[in-house]
Design a protein around this ligand. Structure first.
Ligand code: ARG
Length: 587
C-alpha cells in the first residue's frame, strides 16, 4: 500500500463531500514534522476559485477529513494548511505488515508486463573498462525492481560480437604471427586475454592510419560474418576466451543474465530483416551503402552555406540509418534491428529496455524508428533506451588513470575491494575476501545508483566506501548492527506497538521507502530508492542510540522493539536487494 495514495483518496472523498473539485487535491511533505507527516495546501487555490477565505476552506477540509478515518488526525493550522498526522495505531499496523512480509507494502502495477532487458553489453575482444560499469549495475537493479513489481523479465547481455573489432583483432593477431596454424602455415602462438588486451588497441590505432590494414580488417569482419574458415574458427576461439572473463566480472558485480546472447545470435534474422526494408521500399543505396531514412519533420533542416564549396550542414540532424556497409557487411544497427525481430518472434514482449550510455542515443533513436517504420516492432510495443551519464574523475572529466589511460573494470573491482578490506580491518575483521567484495561492490553500486540515472557523476572511492554518510557500506553496517542487536537480546520479535517519536520516525521512513519503489519504477532511476533506504537506516540509527532495547524490563515492549528492529532489517534488506546490493550479517 502506498500511504500517500490512500490519504489522497480520503482527501478526494472529503473534497467531493464539500462540493470541491477533487482534481484540486494536493498532498506533500509536512513543513514541520513535529506537527504533521503530510500536509495539504489546496485551500489556497480553492479559496480563490470559490471566493472564500483560505483559512475557512482549510478548516472545512480538516473537519471533513477527520470523519473519514481513524488512521490519522487532520488538523487545521494557519494560514491555511491541513495537517495530517498518522496515528500510532496506524503506524503499528504498517510496521507489523512489513514484519510479516516486507513485500506486502509494495504497490504493483495492475497489469504485469513482459519485458526484455538488454544490459551489460560488453564487447568481445576488448577489455572491460570504466565505461562498462554502469550498464550492468543499473540494469541489474532495474531488473530486480521490475521483478518486484510483478513483471515478467528476461535479461540478455547482448554482447558486442559481430562488429569491426573482431576483424581488427584477427588482422592484428595475424600480422603478429599468432595465427599461422589456423592458416596452415605453421603453428599457432598461444593467445591469452593479455594478448587480446594488447592486440585490439594496436589494431584500433592502425585502422585510422593504414588504409590497407583497415581494408583487411573490413574483409575479415565480413568473412567472420559469412562464417568463412579459418576466420570463423579464430573468431569463436577469441569469443570464448573473452566471454569467460566477462562472465567472471559480471559475477563479481552480482549481475545475472538469463541469456548470454550477442549481436551474433541474431545472425539467422539478419537477411530477413534487411529484406523487409527492401520489400517495403524503405531501403536505398547511398554512397555504396544500404540506408533507411528515419528523420521526422523538423529534423535535417539545412543551414545556409557561406560559400559553395562548404559542405551542407543541418540543424537537428538525423542521418539515415545504415543497414549494410559498402562491402555488404552488417553493422551495429543491423544486428540491433534483427535482434528486435528475434526477440519479438521468441518472446513477444510488451517492452524492450536497453540500458545504454547516453552517447548512443542517436543509434537507438535511429534503429528504433527503423523498426517501427518497417513494422518489426508493433506500434504498441515500447522500445526504450534508459540512457545513463558518464563516470567522471574529480576533475569533472571522464575518469582516467593517473597516466591518462582508461581505467579497467578489473582495476575498479580491485580498488573497491582493497578499500573495503581496509575499512573492515578498522572494525577488527581481517582476511574476509568475500565480505570485502560484498562491501566494495555495495559501495560502488550505491555510489552509482544514488545519482539520477541520466546524470554524470564523480567516482569518489573514499566517499563511496565510507562507513558513514549516504553510502552503501553505511546502510550495510546498519543492517549488520540490527542483526547483532536482535541476536544479543535473545528475544523473539513480537507484535509492534509504536510509542515514541523514534519508533514513529522509523515507520514513516518505511512508508517513504515504499513510495520510493513506485517512484523509481516510474522514473527508471533508482536514486529515490537509494535516498529512502538511507533515510530508513538513519532513522534506525537515532532509535538505536536513544532507545535501550536490551535493558527494557517490560517483555511485551521489548518484543515490540525487537519486532520493529526486525521489520527495519527486512525492509533494508529488500531495499538493498532491489538495488542489487547484498546485506551482510556482520561488518
Ligand atoms: N556493445 C555495446 C557497446 O559496448 C553495447 C550494447 C548495448 N545494447 C544494444 N542492444 N545495442 O557499446
Amino acid at each position: 500500500m502506498i500511504v500517500k495514495d490512500y490519504l489522497i483518496s480520503k482527501l478526494e472523498e472529503a473534497f467531493t463531500k464539500l462540493g470541491y473539485d477533487k482534481g484540486d487535491v494536493t498532498l506533500g511533505q509536512a513543513n514541520n514534522p513535529q506537527v504533521a507527516d503530510y500536509q495539504c495546501n489546496s485551500a489556497f487555490v480553492l479559496a480563490k476559485k470559490l471566493g472564500k477565505r483560505p483559512d475557512e476552506v482549510a478548516e472545512a477540509i480538516a473537519q471533513e477529513l477527520e470523519k473519514y478515518s481513524k488512521d490519522f488526525v487532520a488538523t487545521f493550522s494557519k494560514p491555511a494548511f491541513v495537517n495530517i498526522k498518522m496515528t500510532n495505531e496506524f503506524l503499528s499496523k504498517i510496521a507489523n505488515s512489513v514484519l510479516e512480509d516486507p513485500k506486502n507494502m509494495v504497490k504493483k502495477p495492475e497489469k504485469p508486463l513482459k519485458i526484455v532487458m538488454d544490459y551489460g553489453g560488453a564487447n568481445v575482444a576488448k577489455e572491460l573498462h570504466i565505461g562498462h560499469v554502469r550498464s550492468p549495475i543499473i540494469g541489474e537493479a532495474l531488473f530486480r525492481l521490475n521483478k518486484l513489481m510483478g513483471n515478467e523479465v528476461v535479461t540478455d547481455t547482448h554482447l558486442g560480437d559481430w562488429g569491426l573489432q573482431m576483424g581488427l583483432t584477427v588482422a592484428q593477431l595475424e600480422d603478429d604471427g599468432y595465427l599461422e596454424g589456423y592458416f596452415g602455415r605453421g603453428t599457432n602462438k598461444e593467445i591469452t586475454l593479455d594478448t587480446l588486451n594488447e592486440e585490439y588497441p594496436k589494431a584500433s590505432k592502425r585502422k585510422s592510419t593504414e588504409s590497407d590494414f583497415k581494408k583487411k580488417a573490413d574483409d575479415y569482419t565480413l568473412f567472420i560474418q559469412r562464417k568463412k574458415q579459418p576466420f570463423y574458427q579464430i573468431y569463436q576461439d577469441i569469443r570464448a576466451l573473452s566471454v569467460a572473463k566477462i562472465k567472471e566480472h559480471y559475477l563479481q558485480l552480482g549481475c545475472h543474465f538469463d541469456l548470454w546472447y550477442g549481436e551474433s545470435t541474431a545472425e539467422p534474422y539478419l537477411n530477413r530483416a534487411v529484406q523487409m526494408f527492401k520489400d517495403k521500399g524503405l531501403a536505398y543505396m547511398s554512397e555504396g551503402a544500404l540506408v533507411v531514412d528515419v528523420a521526422k519533420e523538423g529534423e535535417n533542416i539545412p543551414i545556409e552555406k557561406k560559400s559553395d564549396d562548404e559542405p551542407q550542414r543541418y540543424r537537428n540532424p538525423m542521418p539515415p540509418v545504415i543497414i549494410k556497409k559498402y562491402n555488404d557487411a552488417d553493422l551495429y544497427a543491423t544486428t540491433d534491428i534483427a535482434t528486435v525481430l528475434m526477440r519479438n518472434e521468441t518472446y513477444s514482449p510488451d517492452k524492450i529496455m536497453y540500458i545504454v550510455d547516453q552517447r548512443q542515443t542517436m543509434h537507438f533513436t535511429q534503429f528504433i524508428r527503423a523498426c517501427k517504420l518497417v513494422g518489426i516492432s508493433p506500434k504498441e510495443q515500447e522500445l526504450v533506451q534508459i540512457s545513463f551519464g558518464t563516470v567522471n574523475g574529480k576533475d569533472g572529466k571522464a575518469f582516467k588513470t593517473r597516466e591518462g589511460t582508461t581505467v579497467k573494470l578489473s582495476d575498479i573491482i580491485d580498488m573497491i575491494t582493497t578499500k573495503a578490506s581496509q575499512r573492515l580491518k578498522e572494525n577488527g575483521i581481517v582476511g574476509d575476501q568475500k565480505l570485502a567484495l560484498m562491501i566494495g561492490v555495495g559501495a560502488l553500486k550505491f555510489g552509482d545508483l544514488s545519482n539520477i540515472v541520466y546524470k554524470d557523476y564523480v567516482f569518489d572511492l573514499d566517499k563511496f566506501s565510507s562507513f558513514e554518510g549516504k553510502t552503501g557500506p553505511y546502510i550495510q553496517y546498519t543492517a549488520a548492527r540490527i542483526n547483532s542487536l536482535i541476536t544479543k537480546t535473545g528475544v523473539e520479535p513480537g507484535e509492534i506497538k509504536v510509542e515514541t517519536d523514534e519508533e514513529r520516525n522509523i515507520v514513516i521512513s518505511l512508508v517513504k521507502m515504499y513510495e520510493s519503489f513506485t517512484t523509481a519504477y516510474e522514473e527508471n532511476s533508482l536514486h529515490s530508492l537509494c535516498a529512502a533506504v538511507y533515510n530508513l537506516a538513519s532513522s534506525y540509527a537515532v532509535f538505536y542510540n536513544n532507545i535501550k532495547v536490551n535493558t527494557e524490563k517490560d517483555s511485551k515492549r521489548k518484543a515490540s522493539l525487537v519486532g520493529l528492529s526486525l521489520a527495519t532489517l527486512k525492509a533494508i534488506t529488500l531495499g538493498l536487494d532491489t538495488l542489487g546490493i547484498e546485506t551482510p550479517t556482520k561488518m
